[in-house]
Design a protein around this ligand. Structure first.
Ligand SMILES: O=C(O)[C@@H](CO)OP(=O)(O)O
Length: 229
């Protein structure tokens, strides 16, 4: 039956400098470009062929998708971009260095902000100049939907409608799908797909630029999960 490939974007400039990123639109680092190109090679070697591609509205994921498709000779595959696949919004932590934040608030607090399922980060005010409300790419969204900060639970809640309406029907129709997105939007999706508990999802990490291949049966139950590396 259908295959789904999830790929976290290659290393970004702020992964490299260890800054909270969220919805800030930073580019791939040089290493990130190499990781994304290598993902394309691995996809080609595995013989994976896609019918539809999805990504977020953030440059690092879009470019990763394009490198992965180009490397597997499938740059022509139809693609759709949606804010629903964006990284979780990291609120007022966006832009801060993670090590400096741990010195300021303690390792435990920062770990809770980063990995607890339902604790929100400090929120960003809608009037803050860094708010997504000031960004043209979200102009068509109801301002009430634009987050000031998200935990994994809220991220999952805004990813799910896109899964239900767009992705699941295609998989049920036997279409092969690739999604290039972000560490936490993909952790949210994996939690749902693999039925991982609120406690256990804390331990799931996605490596940058590493394609993860799911095989589904015709009831959309996972038959296998393989990491390409
Ligand atoms: O900063 C972020 O947006 C994310 C992903 O890089 O970080 P973390 O892994 O700490 O949730």
């Amino acid at each position: 039956m259908a295959k789904l490939v999830l790929i976290r974007h290659g290393q970004s400039q702020w992964n490299l400098s260890n800054q909270f990123t969220g919805w800030v639109d930073v580019d791939l680092s040089e290493e990130g470009v190499k990781q994304a190109q290598n993902a394309g090679k691995l996809i080609k070697e595995a013989g994976l062929e896609f019918d539809q591609a999805y990504t977020s509205v953030l440059t690092r994921a879009i470019k990763t998708l394009h490198y992965a498709l180009e490397g597997s000779d499938q740059l022509w595959v139809p693609e759709m971009k949606t804010w629903r696949l964006n990284e979780r919004h990291y609120g007022a932590l966006q832009g801060q260095n993670k090590a400096e934040a741990a010195e300021k608030w303690g390792d435990e607090q920062v770990h809770i902000w980063r990995r607890s399922y339902d604790t929100l980060p400090p929120l960003l005010d809608a009037n803050d100049e860094g708010s997504a409300a000031n960004d043209r790419r979200y102009a068509n969204l109801d301002p009430h939907i634009i987050p000031g900060g998200e935990n994994l639970k809220v991220t999952l809640e805004r990813v799910m409608p896109f899964w239900e309406d767009e992705i699941a029907p295609k998989l049920l129709d036997g279409k092969n799908i690739i999604i290039a997105a972000h560490g936490n939007s993909l952790r949210a999706l994996s939690k749902y797909i693999e039925n991982i508990s609120d406690e256990d999802i804390i331990n799931l990490e996605m490596a940058t630029g590493e394609p993860v291949v799911y095989d589904f049966n015709d009831k959309l139950e996972v038959q296998s999960k393989t990491k390409l590396n």
